[in-house]
Write a protein that binds this ligand. Structure first.
Ligand SMILES: Cc1ncc(COP(=O)(O)O)c(C=O)c1O
Length: 381
């Protein structure tokens, strides 16, 4: 059969998870928490499974969850959104991004993808007949290079995909980044898909500026998010898309034929749990883990800047060796028994800048043990 995605192979996450399992390594590769979610949330889903409805939820999500999210957005971003015409609950941010891209992109449309990029963006563009235009983020701090982006935007550009806080670098978009994007959006009539799954994981007193908070971007952006990252429940695969009514109408046309609706007891549990506002403690929770990990990493020969947000820490080793990053990641997994992700896998052309990514959403003892093993990194070269 002719493949619709001939260049897409096994994802690096599958490769590294398997390598980690085989080597019995500490798995800091894929981005998922290595600990249980709050027992109150687990009790809530058990309660709603036992006593609530286990049948289809409404297509756009249950009202209580959409209302809770609308209130949270007003509180956190100072933005009013309409729970009925602007919020859709979906089966994870991956589905939100896919549905938003599908709603916008037609055959031949160009889509700006800032690299390194999360791996689901490009397949979504290709399956819709779009043409990904890859633009590298600055290697200094992984901020968007606005001159370079401007060079690549033309009348053929339909959409730009944004991710803040950024996976894998942790870069957090500034107000100036939003202004730069807004001027491009106005000039070229672009749409935006903004992947904000790490919205609450942000450090050193920084703020997350959702694209919803900018009046121009608010009119053209599908903001996609995930409960998985915020509440340590990646396995529940539940997320959302928020956009103005005109965009939401088109988003829902796609969503209703991708999954139609999303797991119901989880929606009831999250609607209740959101009232506890536990997400307000998330920056502190993860900043401690980032500090624990980077304090340990100081004793290795890796170079790094502490992540600004997300639960990933990148590190460079180009001053030590020119070994390809994929080879290093596999060797590190087998010999030091610490698994990471080679960042070249976030570039369409496999650009290898000798950077690896660690996920620090793990128990403290695992992070301490992993960094003590990384003190022996030089043995690998
Ligand atoms: C940037 C980014 N977007 C989307 C996702 C996927 O989110 P979900 O599990 O809700 O589909 C991830 C998960 O790693 C991610 O890092």
């Amino acid at each position: 059969m002719k493949s619709k995605l001939p260049d897409i192979k096994e994802t690096i996450f599958t490769t590294m998870n398997r390598a980690s399992l085989e080597a019995n390594a500490i798995n800091l590769s894929q981005g998922f928490p290595g600990f249980q979610p709050d027992s109150r949330l687990r009790d809530l889903i058990a309660h709603f499974t036992q006593n609530g409805s286990n049948q289809y939820a409404p297509m756009m999500g249950i009202p209580a969850l959409r209302e809770a999210m609308s209130l949270k957005t007003e509180k956190c971003q100072g933005v009013k959104t309409d729970m009925d015409s602007e919020w859709t609950i979906v089966s994870g941010a991956t589905q939100a991004v896919f549905s938003a891209v599908t709603a916008v992109v037609e055959t031949g449309d160009e889509v700006i993808v800032l690299e390194p990029a999360f791996d689901s963006y490009v397949p979504a563009i290709l399956l819709n007949g779009g043409i990904p235009i890859h633009v590298p983020l600055s290697l200094k701090d992984f901020s968007p290079d606005w001159d370079l982006i401007r060079e690549k935007v033309s009348n053929k550009t339909k959409l730009i995909i944004v991710n803040t806080p950024h996976n894998p670098s942790g870069y957090v978009w500034t107000k100036n980044d939003l202004e730069e994007l807004a001027s491009l959006v106005e000039e070229f009539g672009l749409f935006v898909v903004s992947d904000e799954v790490y919205e609450h994981i942000i450090f050193d007193g920084r703020e997350h500026y959702s694209l919803l908070s900018h009046p121009v971007l608010r009119q053209r952006t599908f903001v996609c998010g995930s409960f998985g990252k915020t509440f340590h429940i990646t396995g529940w695969k539940i997320g959302f898309c928020v956009a103005i009514p005109e965009l939401t109408v088109e988003f829902r046309k796609i969503h209703q034929y991708v999954t139609f609706t999303t797991v119901r007891p989880a929606q009831h549990a999250l609607a209740e749990y959101l009232k506890l506002e536990t997400y307000l403690g998330l920056p502190d929770f993860y900043e401690k883990k980032r500090n624990l990990f980077t304090d340990g990493l100081e004793n290795s020969s890796l170079e790094f800047e502490p992540a600004q947000g997300s639960f990933f820490q990148q590190a460079q080793y180009g001053h030590l060796s020119q070994m390809p990053d994929r080879e290093l990641a596999l060797k590190m997994t087998r010999e030091l028994k610490v698994a990471c992700i080679p960042v070249s896998s976030f570039y369409a052309d496999g650009s290898d800048h000798k950077i690896i990514r660690f996920c620090f959403a793990k128990n403290d003892d695992e992070l301490i043990e992993a960094t003590s093993r990384l003190e022996n990194l030089d043995r690998l070269f």
